[in-house]
Structure formats: structure tokens, C-alpha cells
Design a protein. Sequence first.
Length: 543
Amino acid sequence: MMSKTSKLKNLLKTQELDFIIEAHNGISARIAEEAGFNGIWASGLALSAQFGVRDNNEASWTQIVDMVEFMADVTSVPILLDGDTGYGNFNNMRRLVRKLEQRGVAGVCIEDKLFPKKNSFINGEKQELADVDEFCGKIAAGKDSHLDPDFCIVARVEAYIAGWETKEAIRRAEAYHKAGADAILIHSALSRPDQILEFTKEWASRAPLVIVPTKYYSTPTQVFRDANVNLIIWANHLIRSAITAMQECAFKIKEQENLTEVEDDIASVKEIFRLQGAQELAEAERQYFLGARKGTKAIILAASRGQGLDELTKDRPKAMIPVNGKPLLSRLVERCKRQGVDAVTIVGGYKADTIPTEKIDLIVNHEYANSGELSSLLTASASFCDDMVVIYGDLLFRGYVLRSLLESDREMTIVVDSQSKSDEGSGVPDLAYCSASDDRTLWGQDILLEHLSTDDTLNEKQADGRWIGMLRVKGIGREWLTNALKKLKEKQNFNELSLRHLINQILSDGNPIRVIYIHGHWIDVNSITDLDRASAFAGTNHK
Ligand code: SPV
Ligand code: MG
């Protein structure tokens, strides 16, 4: 990749006419680059204007450099700073050049006037020019200060502005060129390009030439091409367009005390986010922030064939049934990885050899036919860790469901869907009875699980929702889980027990389990009808 300094040097050196445009802060710099400009003019006029001060060195040089750093940070095209007179003498120039290099600015233009300088278009003819030798010393000091050989110093000749003739302009340009300037900027305040064309003729391409056609703007660009100008600066047009747009908008809103008249004509908030690079941050969050969960492991139970899906599970376990062309299990693994859960252990059983093993660890419960979920979980006990989620292999859910679970800092947390209640009556498994029902006014308050219904429990009270089959275990929660598992292992019917029995055991051991409520946004697959629902769900929500 070419450095910004080399890019600027090329813009100046190559004979082909190029263009750079003014920008005055980060967002305008980004807009300039997006418009296709190969470089940016950090205009002194525009920078001071956006600060609301005059172009008379009222903003300090460090304030200017700070702003140009923001501009350089958000762009990949080179920035040429309008460095006024170098903000002082040769020594200030040296420091300026070093600071600009450090901040990623590709070059600086200095003009042969006196500090504090005045804008060329305010009584230009009354302005005093710098002593040629003193200015040459400043150029040489700048050239000797940069470490990057391609950092550019452009010397701006203000002779025409101050009322001098072409002879003086050429004399100065020649001296600055000899002092080491990489290019000459010849400025004119006339509305016709006469001075510029006289200069270019006389100059005859001795060094790259830059012009600023603010006043002689109606000149066809081809004229400058023919005159061998290397670079044109559109010096103040973004700040001017912004000013007009802001004035119109402010007046309208003030007058109408309402936003409807302006809303459609101004950039959306979304557009601001885009220009700020919000997308990049979202991606970085996925890579680094969620990566903070690298220690989290998912244990996915996928041993069963599933009932009522006979033909579909002839050659594969239920979790391998494709939904919109992709197996449930692959979708689940992707979900985990997207949330930064990289270590995934799948407990297979029935037709476990159909489960693809790249990116996951496969453990097989060979007793799957005569055992249940707890037996599968026990098979994976060597994979247990202090930070894990246990998930049923037939689940589809929106990303936030897992994310909320991962964000819980409790030893044990489950997700309960409060939309799916006891409408099927008592004795239905996985109904959750909690310390409080889902009430948005309790937001942020801890809700604890009291128990989960099992096939043989009868419940008088209305359930608060349904456990969706996701359990988070953290820290000492792992011990709670293994202890409960051990206790249940002693039971004769261990092979018939499922996770809900384990959860109830953990509760009766006196360990709290936190509940996170959701409202739909998940699906499990137990029947052909579920598959149709899953397909619709995956199509809309589970990309
Ligand atoms: C600037 O953009 O600040 C310039 C160019 O110096 S001009 O305003 O034309 O002097
Ligand atoms: Mg300026």
C-alpha cells in the first residue's frame, strides 16, 4: 500500500491534472474521500470557520493539528494542510512538520506572508510579504525536519495577492523551489485567470504547480490542463455548502417549530452512523469483545433420534434435519460461534457419524438408545468447565437469546419464554415456576426459578413460562451441576431422567438459578409441524 505521503507526492509530480477539495473536520474529510477525491486540502479558512473564529491565526496551531489528526484518522487519501505561514519562524516550522508527520498528515503548504497572517481575500493588496531569504530558511528547515522522504512542502507565492507583478512572483517561486519546496502554489484574487496563465507560461513547469481557482472559478478546467497545472485545490466548497444547508435547516425548524419540512432533505441519523464507521465497530465487537467469551464452552445435546419424525430421521439424528437446507445443529453451532463461544462439544448418539466434526468436538453416548439426556450430559463431563452453556440440539433462537444468557454473571441461569405458558395444562414438562412472573416493570430485578415441571408433577398454580432448553453454568455452578448429577446417578431411573430433573435437583440442593425471560423468538423441533415453523423462523430470523 502506498503511503499517504507518496500519494501526495504523486499528485503533485504527475503531469496529469488532479484535484483536491477542502475539508475541515473528520466527517467532511470522509465525505471528500467518498466523493472520489484523491486528496484533501485542510483549509485554514475552513478550519478556522468551523471553529467559529477568523482566518487570522486565532485558532492555535495545536488546535489545527488536533483537528487535522481527526481528519487523517478517518481517511486514506493524503491531506495537505494549509499551514498559513508555518505559525512562526523556521523553528516553529520544524516542530510543525514533525508533529504533522506524527499525526499522519502528508504535507504542508506555507505562504510567504507574516504571522499572524490574514486571509488573502481580505485587503490582500495591503498585506506584507515575507522576506525571501527568511522564507527560504523556513522551507529548508521544514525539509530538513521530516523523516519520511515523501512528506511534501508546498511553497505558496502571494506576490499577486499583495499587488506585485509576474516578475516578483517568479523570482520568489524560483527561490522557494531552490530552497527545496516540492511544489509552488501560485495564488491570485482576480476573477479571470490572467495572472495564473502568465505565471504558468513563464514558469514552464520548473516544478509542480498548484492553483486555487476560488475567484477565477468560471475558467474552464481545460485551460489549466493546457497550462500544465498539476493540482487544483477547490479550497472552501464543503464548508460553504454546509453553511447554506445549516442556515436553511435552522431557519425552517425555528419558524415551523416542527421537523416535517426538513426531515426528508437532511441526512438520516443512520447516515451519520455510516460515516462514523459504526459497521466497523460492530464487526470489531464480534471479533474482540465477544471474543472475551473465548473461555465459554457450549455443550449441545444431540443424541436422540426424535420421535414422530420417523422418515426424516432414518439416516440422521433429529438435530441433523435440514431447515432451509442447513441442519439445525449447524445453525446452532454458527449461533454459538457468532456469540464468541468457540469451544463447542456435541454429544451425539443415534447416527452420530452423520454429525460433521469440523469446528466442534464430538462425544458419543453409545448408550443413547437406552438412556436419556442426563446420561448424555454425563458422557460429556470431561468437557465441563467453569463457564459453559448446555443447549438442546434442536433449538433455533435469535442471537440475543444466547447473548443475554452469556451476559448473566450468575452461577446458574436459564432462559424462560414467558409467552409460552401452561395452556397445555399441568403435567407438561419444562414449564417454569418462578419467583415472579414476567413483568416489564421488574426489569433488571433478579428472578429465580422455583421449579420446572416434569412429566409427573402436577401444578396448581399457573406457570410463568416455558424453559427453552438452555442452561448457563458459571464458576461454582459447575460444582452444583456435577453434585446434582452425581446424586441423580444413584437413582434407579437415572437413564430416564432429563435436564429438567437435574435443574430441580440443583434447586432442591438449595442453589439459586436465575431466570431470564424472553418473549418468543425461539423454536424447538419435535414434529413435522415444528419443522415448517422452524423453516419460517429460520427464513426470517435465523440468517
Ligand atoms: C484557505 O483555504 O484557507 C486558503 C486559500 O488559504 S484562500 O482562502 O484562497 O486564501
Ligand atoms: Mg488559508
